[in-house]
Design a protein around this ligand. Structure first.
Ligand SMILES: *[C@@H]1O[C@H](CO)[C@@H](O)[C@H](O)[C@H]1NC(C)=O
Ligand SMILES: *[C@@H]1O[C@H](CO)[C@@H](O)[C@H](O)[C@H]1NC(C)=O
Ligand SMILES: *[C@@H]1O[C@H](CO)[C@@H](O)[C@H](O)[C@H]1NC(C)=O
Ligand SMILES: *[C@@H]1O[C@H](CO)[C@@H](O)[C@H](O)[C@H]1NC(C)=O
Length: 482
C-alpha cells in the first residue's frame, strides 16, 4: 500500500483535485505532489546529518512477520511491534510505499474491533502509557512532516495532525504522539532481546474506506519509506540501526523474514535507486519472456518524476503499462491457444491440470547493473481453487500526462530476499526460501547472527479461507508519487 502523508489542511484541496480510483482493471489517475524546494533541501540535509552521525550502537532488528501475499489469501503482510509503558502488542501492515507508522487510537470513531487474521486488535491510548506524549505542531517532527510551516499552528497546545490517503481510496486521520516502541534486537543466532526507542507515530482517530471496516483488519501501518518521518529513519537518527532492511515474504507458509541490518548471507546483487524519488524507484531496462526479449517502446522504461518503476511491498499485485502487459500476455499464452478464460472478480482465470511451471515461461525483468527479477509461472499465475489466474494487471497507474508506471508488488517480490540499502542508495534481491533464515551482521560487534522466519497469527488459515471477493478489498494501489 502506498500512501502519502499530507498536512491535513491540504487534504480538502487534494480530495477535490484527486480523481477517485476504481479497483480492478480500471484506469487510475495518479496525481503528483511535487516536492517543494524546502523538502528537497531537507533530504540533502538529512543525508548530511546521517553521514555525520557518530557514537552509533547499530544492531540488527528482527521484526516478526505474519500474513500472506497471495491474492487468494490475505494479500498482505504484517509485523508485530510493542508500544508504550507497559508495552502492548500491535500488528501493523509493513509497507515500503509509505512513510509513517500509525496505529488505531482509543478516541477512534471508525476503527475495526476484530480481525480474521488470527490476531487480537488493540487501540492505543497515549494517556494509559506512562511514556506517551502528544506532539505539538511546533515540534521539529511536525515541521519536517509538513515540509515547512504548519498552517494554523498558533500555540504549543495545538496537536500535530495528519491525514493519509491510500491508493485504494481509504484514508486515516489523526495526530502525532511520541512513545517507546519496543522491538526485537538481534543478540545471537535466532536470539533476540527486547529493546526500545522513542518514536513519533500517528494516533489514528478516524479511518476511511477499508481501513475502518475490513475483516482482515490490523492495528495500523508501518511505513518503510525513505522519509525521515519513518520508523526506520527515526531509529537510524537515534543511532540504533543502519538504514538497511530486508524482507522475504513467504507465500508458501505465510509470514517470512523482516530484518533491519546488513545482510551477509545470502549474497545479493543490487541496482541503484533513482535519486530523490519519494518511493523506491529503480531503472527497468527490459523484459524477457521465456528467454526472448520483448520489443517494447523505449520510453516505457524512462524514469523521473512522472514515470518509473516502483517497488512496493504494500501492494498485492503488480501493475504494468498496457504495452508491456499485452506483450507479456501474448508470449505467456502463445503456446496455449486452447485455453478459455473466464473472468473471476476481474481476474482472467483458466483451468489447467498440469504443472504450470512446466507449461508456462518465466518472466524476467532486467534492471540497471544487470540485476534480474525472475518471476516464475507459479508467482504470476496464482491459484484460485482449481483455476489459475493471471496476476499481472493491465495499466492502472497513469500519470497526468498519460504515462504508465510499473508497480512491482508482492506478486513478484514474494519468495525473494529483497534488501533495501538506503545508506548506499541501492536495492537488490535474490530468489530465496523465505521459511529458512538469513545472516545479518551486528555493526557494534561485527558478529554475524542468524535471523529466521516467523509466521505471526497463522491461525487465520483455518478460520478464513478467503475467496477472491474478500481479496479485492486488500488490493491496494499507489496513488501519490513524485
Ligand atoms: C527530518 O529532517 C529535517 C531536515 O534535516 C529535520 O529538521 C527534522 O528534524 C528531521 N525529522 C526527524 C523526525 O528526524
Ligand atoms: C525500554 O528500555 C529500557 C532500557 O533497556 C528498559 O529499562 C525499559 O523497561 C524499556 N521499556 C519498555 C516499555 O519496554
Ligand atoms: C551485464 O551483462 C552483460 C552481458 O551478460 C555484460 O556484457 C556486461 O558487461 C554486464 N554489465 C555489468 C555492469 O556487469
Ligand atoms: C525451506 O526452508 C525450510 C526451513 O529450513 C525447510 O524446512 C524447507 O524444506 C525449505 N523449502 C525448500 C523448498 O527448500
Amino acid at each position: 500500500m502506498a500512501l502519502k502523508l499530507f498536512p491535513s489542511l491540504f487534504l480538502l484541496f487534494l480530495l477535490n483535485f484527486v480523481v477517485p480510483c476504481v479497483l480492478g482493471f480500471g484506469v487510475f489517475e495518479v496525481k503528483h505532489k511535487f516536492l517543494t524546494h524546502a523538502q528537497r533541501r531537507n533530504i540533502h540535509l538529512l543525508r548530511a546529518h546521517d553521514a555525520r552521525r557518530h557514537d552509533r550502537m547499530l544492531s540488527a532488528v528482527d521484526l516478526p512477520l505474519g500474513g500472506n501475499g497471495l491474492p487468494s489469501e490475505t494479500g498482505l503482510y504484517f509485523a508485530q511491534i510493542g508500544i508504550g509503558t507497559p508495552s502492548k502488542d500491535y500488528y501493523v501492515q509493513v509497507d515500503t510505499g509509505s512513510d509513517i507508522l500509525w496505529v488505531n487510537c482509543i478516541s477512534c470513531s471508525r476503527c475495526p474491533k476484530k480481525s480474521d487474521l488470527g490476531i487480537e486488535l488493540t487501540l492505543y491510548d497515549p494517556k494509559s502509557s506512562q511514556s506517551g506524549t502528544l506532539v505539538s505542531c511546533e515540534e521539529s517532527f511536525c515541521l519536517s512532516a509538513f515540509g515547512g510551516d504548519v498552517p494554523g499552528c498558533t500555540s504549543s497546545n495545538t496537536p500535530c495532525q495528519y491525514s493519509v490517503l491510500y491508493g485504494d481510496g481509504s484514508s486515516t486521520m489523526g495526530y502525532f504522539v511520541t512513545d517507546l516502541v519496543q522491538y526485537n534486537q538481534v543478540t545471537g543466532n535466532s536470539a533476540t532481546r527486547a529493546a526500545n526507542a522513542s518514536i513519533t507515530f500517528g494516533c489514528g482517530a478516524q479511518q476511511g474506506g477499508d481501513l475502518g471496516s475490513s475483516s482482515e483488519a490490523l492495528d495500523g501501518i508501518l511505513g518503510f519509506g525513505q522519509s525521515n518521518t519513518s520508523f526506520l529513519s527515526q531509529l537510524a537518527s537515534a543511532g540504533k540501526v543502519k538504514k538497511v532492511f530486508s524482507h522475504c515474504l513467504d507465500t508458501v507458509t505465510g509470514g517470512g523474514i523482516f530484518a533491519i541490518g546488513d545482510v551477509v548471507q545470502p549474497k545479493i546483487k543490487t541496482t541503484p535507486l533513482v535519486p530523490d524519488q519519494q518511493h523506491y524507484n529503480v531503472n527497468l531496462k527490459g523484459i524477457e519472456v521465456g528467454g526472448s526479449l520483448l520489443q517494447l517502446p523505449t520510453d516505457l522504461f524512462e524514469t523521473g518524476d512522472k514515470k518509473g518503476t516502483i517497488v512496493d511491498s504494500g501492494t498485492t499485485l503488480t501493475y504494468l503499462p498496457e504495452a508491456a502487459y499485452k506483450a507479456i500476455w501474448q508470449k505467456v499464452f502463445q503456446n496455449h491457444p486452447d485455453i478459455s478464460f473466464q473472468t473471476v472478480q476481474e481476474f482472467s482465470c483458466f483451468e489447467y491440470t498440469e504443472n504450470i511451471d512446466d507449461g508456462f515461461p518465466e518472466v524476467v525483468f532486467n534492471f540497471e547493473n544487470n540485476l534480474t527479477l525472475h518471476v516464475h509461472p507459479h508467482d504470476y499465475l496464482f491459484q484460485n481453487e482449481k483455476d489459475y489466474c493471471f496476476g499481472f494487471q493491465n495499466g492502472g497507474l497513469q500519470s497526468k500526462d498519460g504515462k504508465d508506471i510499473f508497480l512491482l508488488g508482492d506478486l513478484v517480490l514474494s519468495s525473494k530476499l529483497v534488501v533495501y540499502d538506503l545508506e548506499n542508495q541501492v536495492i537488490g534481491w535474490t530468489d530465496y526460501n523465505c521459511s529458512s533464515s538469513i545472516k545479518v551482521q551486528d555493526d557494534k560487534t561485527n558478529a554475524i547472527y542468524t535471523v529466521g522466519a516467523h509466521n505471526v497469527g497463522s491461525a487465520w488459515r483455518s478460520e478464513s479461507q478467503s475467496s477472491l471477493l474478500l481479496l479485492l478489498l486488500t488490493i491496494v494501489l499507489i496513488y501519490m508519487f513524485i
